[in-house]
Structures are given as C-alpha cells and as structure tokens.
Write a protein that binds this ligand. Structure first.
Ligand code: ARG
Ligand code: ZN
Length: 886
C-alpha cells in the first residue's frame, strides 16, 4: 500500500460505517506509510459548556499550511453544530463530514482560524474513550485516539499545539473543575461556575485532560532541586479520600528519584492525580493532570494488599516519569509507542527495585515476561515492540510493547553500562525536548553519546518473537574455559524463522567450580552472530564437567536460555549461584521437570519429583534467606509458562492436573516444615509496608496456600482470616479456602463480602472466586455474573469476574465440553457493544487455540469465527479475532 499515512489515519474504516466489520473490513494502517501533516495546529482553545445531557465543545484552532491541500481532521461520534473559518460561517459545500472525518476542501493558503462547535454526550460514552461520566463525574481518556471523540482535530501525536481550555458547569454537581496546566481564571454566575486553564507546554491531543466533578482530595508539596515549589493534589470521590496517602508518598518518592537518577525535574507549578472508578487501563499521564484507575491509587491496610501498595507505587511513578519520557519528548506516530512505554516501564521498574528489593522486583518482572510476554510472542498476536501495522491502536498496548520494550531499554543499559546509558538519556532529552520522535532517534542518541555502533540492535525493533540462546559446547583449552552460544528465533506472523537475522544479545554468564562451589569468573558476552564462541578468563583445570555455567544472569536479555543440565547441576545452581535471579530460575527448572514428567507420565521413572521436593524444602529451611525470595522459591511455574514448553496439540486440562498434582505432592511432602515456618511467622505488630513485613507476610501466606493444598487446613484458614490485621492476610485466607465447596468457604466469603471496605475489595471477592480451581468454577462464575453487584460497565468489576475466569482459571476455561469457551464467546459479543477495548482484550483468550488438542482447538476456533461474524463488531475485536484465526 502506498497510500499516505495521513490519508489512512483520517479516512476511517474505508466505508465500514461506525466500525461495522461486517460491511467491509476495517482499514489497516502501516508504519511505512507515515507522512508529515499538511497543516500545523499552532494553538487550540477549547470551551466546554457542560449541560445535563449534552456538552457543547467549541474549538478554535489556529492553523498554518505546511503542505496545503484539503484539511482532513479526525472526529468520531460528534454532532456538528457550526463551523467557521476566519469568523465566517462555512457554506455547506465548503466542507464534508465523513463517518470519522471533517474535510475542509479548500483551506486558505496562509494561516487561518477554524472554529467548530460540536455536541457530545458523556453519559452515553460507555467506551470510556473521550469525555465520559464515571460515578457522576466527568473525566477524559484521550490516548490513543480518544480526543477525536471530543472535537475535530489532527488526533495524532506529531501534531503538537499550545492548549487553552475553559470549562463551565453546574456549581453544585461539579464543584471541582480541572484541566492541564495552570488555572488562569475562575468565576461564577447563578448556579453555574467556570474555570480556565493554560498549558505552557505544547502537547499532542492524547495528553489533553479535563475533569469536572464532586471530588475530595489531599494536598502535598514538593520542592524541586532548583527550588520550585510544586503543589501536589490527589483527588477522588469523597468516600475514597482516606486511602490517598500512599499515592502522595509514592509521587514524592518518584519526583525525588527522577531528580537523583536522571537529573529530571518537574516543570509545572501543580501536579494533579485524579482517581476514577471507571477506567479501561491503569492510568494516564496527561500533562499535569493524570487520570487514574482507583485500583492504581487507593491504598489502606484494610483494603489493599501488599501487592496493591507496590502497584500504586509503580504506576504513580510510571505516570510521573512520563512527564519527561512521553510528554516533553513524545512519539511521532503510534507505531513508536514503545519509545515512551518501554522506556517508562524500565524507569518505573528500576525505581521500584531501588525502593523495595532489587532481587524480588526483578523476579516478579521476569515472571511477567515468561508467562505473558513469551506467550504473546508464541501466538497469533506476536508483534515486534515497534509494530508494523494496526487496525485499532488500543490493541497494541501490550505486554510486548511495554514489558519487552522495557527489557530492550535494559539491554542498552547493560551493554553501555550505567554511565554510558545516562549519557545517552541526557543526549536524547537534550536533542528532542519539545518534539515528537521515533525509536530510531532514541537508538541514535544512545549510539552517538557513546560512540558505538548500534545498527544491529535495531533488529529488536523489527523482528518479533522470543529468541532462544543455546549453550551448545563447553571446552577447556589449556587453562581456558570456552563455550559456544547460538541463537535462533521461531516463526512469527509474516516473519518466517528463516528470514530472521541474528539479534545483538547481551548474555551475562558466570562460571562456577562444582567442587568448591566458588565463582571462577563472570563475563558479559555480546552474541551478535548465529553462533559464536566465547572464553572466560580465570584459570581452570580438568574437564568442563567439573564446572557449571550460570547463563543469562539477571535475565540480561528477553530470550529463552537453554543448556543441558543434570538434575545435580540444577540443584548446585539453586543453592550456589550468587545471582538471585538464576538461583530462583534453577529452582523453576527443577519444578518444571517434575511437572512435565508428571504430565507425560514419566513421573515414576526419574527422580524429578524428589529434586523438586528437595528444592521446596530447602526454600522452607533457608532460615537466614530473604523471606520474599524464599516465598518466590516455593512457587512453581504457572500454566502459561509450562504450556510454552510443550509441543502443540496438548490437552490443557491434563496440564492443569499435572500441575496441581505436583503442587499437592510438594505441600504434602513438606507439611511439617510448612507448619513450622507458618507458625514462626505469626506477628501482631501493627501494619507497615517495610520490606521485612511484606516478606514475612508473603512467606507466611505462601505456607498457608500450600497447607490448604495439602488438605485439612480449613479451620486454621478461618482463624487466619479472623486474626488478619490487613487485607493481604484476609485475602490469602479467602483464597486458601476458595478451591473447595466447604462450609468454611461459605462462612469466610460471606464475611469478606459483608465487610468489604471499598469497591476494590468487592472486586477481589469476585476475582478470587472466578479464579478458584474448583470443580464448580463455571457455575460459580455464572452466579457472579447474575450477582447484584456485578457490572458490565465498570471495567474493574467486569474483568474481576470474566477476564479472570478466562485468563486465570485454565481448568474451567478449557473444560472438555466447551462450556467455558461458550461463556466467554457470548461475553465478548455482548460486551463489544458497550466497551470494545474490554471486549477485544477478552477475545484474546482464544488466541492460543492452535496449541491445544484438535477438539479444543476446534471449539475455540469456532468461537472466533462466531465472533467475527457478529454484525456491528468493533474494529478492536475484529482485529483480535481475525489475527487469531490466521
Ligand atoms: N499511556 C498510558 C500508560 O501510562 C496508557 C494509556 C492506554 N490507553 C488506552 N486506551 N490504550 O501506560
Ligand atoms: Zn505508560
């Protein structure tokens, strides 16, 4: 296709009205078709007149021709009231309204003003994109393409403009009025009031935000390193205001960290965070006015788990860090999304490593890569971190763009070292501040700042799939230990393995002496070819078998590392490796062998279960170890990760059974130690979120989960619930009981619901039942969908039940009779009518159909076909379903 990106971006669905896939397939946009805009929008003045049903939006754009020709602006679900150019109402034949466009046929050839008035209906906006209502308050979500649902505009990130905004609304119903930047005016008359704002920084439309509502909040202050006082405001519905302290604290820590780590300072006088109940994603970095899902803001001991505290810390920091990596320097087009997201995830991950525990955070992040990202790489939605095409951009806010993108950034830091990476970051911000750029610009800044050649590194941006790095050959020549590393990468959509070029992979390795347990040497090998031989320094003697290689330390690249290791060598690494990630990984490999042996029926033959029990027991007995790491070492790999190790065509329920049988066997074999450790970790000290307390709870609750699995622990679980001082412990008890229909389960679940302190706790109550590995799981989920507190319009509530079932309950989802699939198919079709982003994500559950046995694969495929056939299907869901069928 040689059509201009510009034309594609603005021509909507190519005739498919309102996104109806049945009429004609939605248009796919390609990265290679990028073209600069023919007009710049230098400034935009917005006026929101909030009425009961309709909000009138008056937009005044100052445009300058940069190429000329027709002016084609984006717009969706807008009621055009009037349009004028340079103060004159446009005659009807001067412009044309498409389904998703406004075209001015012959704009003036010198700078001009375009003023439009449109009507929008926030209360009817169930897509939660654009201006919408949440609990009676108004808020916006514009990324990626939501601003076009507010007014006509070049709704793409390379259109950067100066924004002013005025909001007028009912004083009683909307006492708080907010938009980006500084408040510059305020007034009232009768029962209406207004406020006006000016954002001193040019920005793309996706960073625009407006909030109007009855909100409460807390206030704080941060003084930047150059002495600027910043007013910090965290807002939410009044009933949530006692749960905002932790997010304010998180924000302050993030501001300090970014100054200390990158020298980056905040640039406005005020920073708002607004937490709303209805939100499609986690949060949004709008300039000076972040809008958050309550799930990423609220935290109090009685309602939030330790994991929730960590999420709030990480997401608040993530959105704050975007002020530089995203806002000051933004993306030229949406294909570059990882430019800001991969970089910002890397920044928030390392921030959390510094704030909590480096080792624990790294393992948590690697688990996400191996379970979710590797699975995406292995399925029909596999894409490079910089995708080549999309139909609905919202489908590409993925674990690949975000988390693999962060691993790619981490590799720059690994290859260049911290000082070199920091030099590259400085140059990147210095060169590109105030502009919209590409991933290539970032790579050039890294290369130029360090005078290195990063040409080959580009392949991480162009090639999809998880590379495999194999240690194939170990040799001792004289006193030198050498090894051969080779790489390959499987087929991904449109990219056969045979056409893939070798990646530039930093492979961190260490050599251990089996006899002494000592580390001989440690090296960062840069694998650039299909196969290469590297040497350790440090003298060795004897045979290569006297040594063990610790491969891919710290997960130095987003690859699968392979080497033939004996059970003894794995046990050696599990106890001797000084890299905590690889020590954990060795344990994971031991567990994997036991589970896969159980799955294939080879269990009796080897000693894999014995090794697993020994590993499990060692973690329990490691009294001096970090309790969080001990807990991580008690956790076996999950369904998704294990499935990636099996050939296509396997029976998923059989895998669930093998998994739960090994988990039971471990718990039963070590029940004495589990009880001992469990008892030793009791504490009635007041709640705090220090690493030591978090670790204690994590390990104690891991023991509880295992004891529950071993059986006969119901009464103690009830007691655990009753004694609990915080949500972390309460939830652990409820989860421990959820798997079996007992009177204890009913008792605790009943109390849990009755005493739920906020809506997020109710979500936990829904989710823990939807994910319970119970025989009556589907029945339970159907009851939950019929429950009075269930909601199809609140994404958190909906996902707690439906997405949780599809994604975290493999045994029930993959039930042989297809009942789990049918339930999810119907949910996708129904929910697509109200919230296409949520439906499209859910539809992704069917993407793994080729992995399973013919019967299940066939049932899943039939669900996808049914979904594609649905009349009026959104382009989001259409794209996921059609890609999945290929
Ligand atoms: N930029 C947001 C973040 O910090 C995510 C917004 C995504 N929204 C969407 N509808 N796709 O990660
Ligand atoms: Zn982000």
């Amino acid at each position: 296709s040689s059509r201009l990106y510009h034309a594609l971006a603005t021509m909507g669905h190519g005739g498919a009205q309102g996104g109806s896939a049945a009429a004609a397939p939605p248009v796919e946009k390609f990265r290679k078709d990028y073209a600069a805009l023919p007009y710049s929008i230098d400034s935009v003045d917005l006026d929101f007149n909030v009425q009961t049903d309709e909000t009138l939006v008056t937009s005044t754009l100052k445009l300058t021709p940069t190429g000329g020709g027709p002016l084609v602006l984006d717009g969706e679900d807008l009621r055009l009231v009037s349009a004028e150019v340079d103060g004159k109402e446009l005659p009807k034949d001067a412009y044309e309204l498409g389904e998703e466009t406004f075209t001015l046929h012959k704009p003036p050839s010198s700078p001009f003003t375009l003023k439009t008035v449109v009507g929008i209906e926030p209360a009817k906006n169930t897509q939660l994109s654009g201006l919408y209502e949440s609990s009676g308050n108004l808020c916006t979500q514009c990324e990626a393409e939501g601003f076009r649902r507010i007014t006509y505009f070049y709704d793409r990130p390379d259109c950067m403009s100066a924004f002013t905004c005025r909001v007028e609304a009912d004083k009683k119903k909307f006492p708080i009025l907010l938009s980006n930047g500084n408040e510059v005016g305020r007034g009232e008359s009768g029962d209406r009031h207004w406020a006006s704002f000016e954002d001193p920084f040019k920005k793309p439309s996706y960073l625009f935000a407006l909030v109007a509502g009855d909100l409460g909040g807390i206030q704080g202050k941060f003084t930047t390193k150059s002495g600027r006082d910043v007013d910090l405001r965290i807002w939410s519905e009044h009933r949530n205001c006692d749960q905002l302290d932790w997010s304010l604290e998180s924000l302050k820590r993030a501001m300090k960290w970014d100054e200390e780590t990158y020298g980056l300072e905040y640039d406005l006088d005020v920073y708002h965070v607004v937490a709303v109940e209805d939100f499609n994603m986690g949060a949004m970095e709008n300039k000076g006015l972040n809008v958050f899902n309550t799930a990423c803001v609220l935290a109090a001991p009685q309602t939030a788990t330790d994991g929730d505290y960590d999420r709030v810390l990480g997401v608040v920091a993530h959105e704050y860090f975007h002020n530089w990596s995203g806002n000051r320097v933004t993306c030229r087009d949406w294909f570059q999304l990882t430019l800001k997201e991969g970089l910002t995830v890397y920044r928030d991950q390392t921030f959390t490593e510094d704030q909590t525990s480096r080792a624990v955070k790294r393992i948590d992040d690697v688990r996400v890569m191996r379970s979710a990202q590797f699975a995406q790489d292995a399925g029909p939605m596999a894409h490079p971190i910089r995708p080549e095409s999309y139909v609905a951009m919202d489908n590409f806010y993925t674990v690949t763009v975000y988390n693999k993108g962060a691993e790619v950034i981490r590799m720059y830091a690994t290859l260049l070292g911290w000082p070199g990476f920091r030099k590259g970051m400085d140059l990147y911000f210095q060169r590109h501040d105030g502009t919209a750029v590409t991933c290539d610009d970032f790579r050039s800044a890294m290369a130029d700042a360090n005078s290195v050649d990063l040409t080959q590194f580009e392949r991480w941006y162009t090639q999809a799939g998880t590379p495999t790095v194999t240690l194939s050959d170990k040799k001792i020549d004289g006193e030198t230990f050498s090894l051969t590393l080779s790489q390959s990468c499987a087929d991904t959509p449109n990219q056969p393995a045979s056409e893939k070029q070798p990646f530039h992979i930093p492979v961190s390795c260490a050599l251990f002496d089996k006899k002494t347990g000592k580390k001989v040497d440690e090296q960062l090998f840069e694998l650039r070819e299909a196969s290469q031989t590297f040497s350790f320094s440090g003298t060795v003697t004897g045979s290569p078998d006297d040594y063990v290689v610790s491969l891919l330390r710290g997960f130095s690249a987003p690859v699968t590392a392979k080497q033939e290791l004996t059970q003894d060598e794995l046990l050696f690494l599990a106890s001797n490796d000084d890299d905590s990630l690889n020590r954990w990984d060795a344990a994971q490999q031991i567990y994997t062998r036991a589970i896969l042996d159980e799955f294939t029926g080879d269990a009796g033959k080897g000693d894999s279960l014995d090794a697993a029990v020994a590993t499990f027991r060692a973690a329990l007995n490691d009294k001096s170890g970090d309790p969080s790491l001990r807990a991580l070492n008690l956790a076996v790999p999950g369904f998704s990760e294990l499935g990636l190790k099996l050939d296509d065509g396997f029976d998923p329920v059989k895998l669930c059974e093998a998994l739960s049988s090994v988990k039971k066997a471990l718990a039963r074999a070590c029940s004495t130690e589990l009880k001992e450790v469990y008892a030793s970790l009791y504490s009635d000290a007041p709640y705090d979120v220090e690493a030591a307390s978090v670790g204690r709870r994590r390990l104690r609750n891991a023991c509880l989960a295992n004891l529950a699995r071993a059986g006969g622990f119901e009464q103690q679980s009830v007691k655990h619930y009753e004694d609990a001082q915080c949500m972390t412990d309460q939830l652990a008890a409820a989860v421990a009981l959820a798997g079996e229909a007992t009177k204890e389960r009913e008792e605790v679940l009943g109390k849990f619901y009755e005493s739920a302190g906020n809506e997020l706790v109710v979500n936990k109550w829904f989710a823990l039942q939807a994910s319970a590995d119970a025989d009556d799981a589907l029945e339970t989920v159907k009851k939950l969908v019929a429950h009075e507190a269930f909601s199809r319009t609140n994404p958190n509530r909906y996902r707690a039940v439906v997405n949780t079932f599809a994604g975290a309950n493999p045994r029930a989802f993959h039930a042989a009779d297809g009942s789990g699939y049918a339930f999810i198919r119907d949910e996708v079709i129904q929910t697509d009518k109200t919230n296409n982003q949520v439906a499209a994500r859910l539809c992704g559950s069917f993407g793994t159909w080729k992995k399973y046995d013919a019967k299940r694969g066939g049932l899943m495929k039939a669900c996808l076909e049914e979904i594609v056939k649905t009349e009026g299907l959104s382009k989001d869901t259409f794209e996921i379903a059609t890609r999945s069928l290929k």
